[in-house]
Design a protein around this ligand. Structure first.
Ligand code: NAD
Length: 356
């Protein structure tokens, strides 16, 4: 009897079901020969949840995710629900779910595939070989700090970090670095902000538990410049909420296509694994969405939630192989494509590679 995992599946709206179905196809092809079993538990979120239950985050979903080992998620939202009140919109459902799940760490890899070096706006020599993991603190800092107020003649927000908040996100970054090339660059603004000095001091303290990991520090203004100038210098970037928000978006553009990049939001409990893009209503229902970001999110799930590192590597290698062989969805058709494929065809190709 193999290892059994219960996977929450939230397809969501727009292209959500098209891309999640392909990720499941790949997971099923893998699990068959890797000695583990996956049991799927489908749940509603966002617009489809509104249509069916009247709310974007049904109670069954809140309770359901807590009974899973990990959750694979597509995307939510679309014009159909854009005119609802803010708290009833699909996006509120996703924010609420992340809060319920206590996912304080957002992991955003920025990988440049050799076969797609021409898809970036930067020179191939600058981006070839880029493989960065941005570890962003997700539930603290200035987005959540109190007091906050919008007045007539002034407004303010407060950037607060407690020791435990910095310690736990730093540990996530160091643990990940141990599985990579053992380098962490902590990004802050310690030359100006007390909260950043505190962040830096705390990260240095945590680093003592990871003597094998090389820790460096960089001010956020310099980091944003270095990401564009020489991105290959980075392995793991550890940073707070607002700096991470900005840096992870900048880093994601190194790769050139939004349809390629996965993410994970993890915490003390169950983690959420999802592509960085949205529900792409403009192409929904056409079967042309790029499923690679979601398939890659499934790979992150195997690695970070289930500890199935070998299976995760198989997916990553299969993605590289499919790109090397010139298989492309329409969004990447301009970049050395040998064959333009549907979402489902890409799923078949990756599933075929991982099953060998
Ligand atoms: P989007 O990411 O959905 O789409 C932006 C552009 O990228 C579109 O042209 C789309 O066709 C393309 N695109 C996105 N994913 C693709 C894929 N896998 N393959 C090929 N092309 C792809 O962003 P948007 O248009 O600003 O938002 C659409 C909806 O998605 C909105 O309702 C928004 O609120 C929601 N959204 C949801 C999430 C989420 O669920 N995590 C994130 C961002 C936006």
């Amino acid at each position: 009897m193999g290892r059994n995992y219960r996977i929450g599946v939230i397809k969501g709206d727009g292209i959500g079901s098209e891309i999640v179905d392909e990720a499941i196809k790949v997971l099923d092809a893998l699990s068959a020969n890797m000695g583990f079993n996956l049991e799927y538990c489908e749940m509603l979120l966002g617009g489809s949840a509104i249509d069916e239950t009247g709310v974007p985050l049904p109670e069954e979903t809140i309770n359901g995710v807590k009974r899973c080992d990990a959750v694979l998620f597509g995307a939510i939202g679309g014009p159909k629900w854009d005119n609802l009140e803010r708290h009833l919109r699909p996006e509120s459902g996703l924010l609420g779910l992340r809060k319920e799940m206590g996912t304080f760490a957002n992991l955003r890899p920025a990988i440049v595939y050799d076969e797609l070096v021409n898809a970036s706006t930067l020179k191939p020599s600058v981006i070839k070989g880029v493989d960065i993991m941005v570890v962003r603190e997700l539930t603290g800092g200035i987005y959540f700090g109190e007091p906050r107020e919008l007045l007539k003649d002034r407004a303010y927000n407060t950037m607060v970090y407690s020791k435990s908040e910095v310690e736990r996100i730093a540990r996530v970054a160091f643990d990940i670095a141990m599985k990579r090339t053992k380098r962490v660059c902590s990004v802050d603004k310690a030359n100006v902000l007390e909260v950043s000095q505190f962040w830096r001091d705390t990260v240095i303290e945590v680093s003592k538990d990871y003597p094998e990991v090389e820790l460096t520090h960089m001010y956020v203004d310099n980091a944003s410049m270095q990401l564009i100038r020489e991105p290959k210098q980075f392995d793991v970037i550890l940073t707070g909420n607002i700096f991470g928000d900005i840096l992870s978006d900048a880093a994601s553009m190194l790769s050139g296509s939004i349809g390629l990049l996965p993410s994970a939001s993890i915490g003390e409990g169950v983690g959420l694994y999802e592509p960085i893009h949205g529900s792409a209503p403009d192409i929904a229902g056409q079967g042309i969405a790029n499923p690679l970001a979601t398939i890659s999110s499934a790979s992150m799930m195997l690695k970070y939630a289930l500890g199935e590192d070998e299976a995760s590597k198989k997916i990553d290698n299969a993605i590289k192989k499919s790109l090397a062989m010139g298989y492309r969805t329409a969004d990447l058709s301009a970049y050395d494509a040998k064959e333009i494929c549907s979402s489902s065809e890409i799923g078949d190709i990756i599933a075929n590679f991982v099953s060998k």
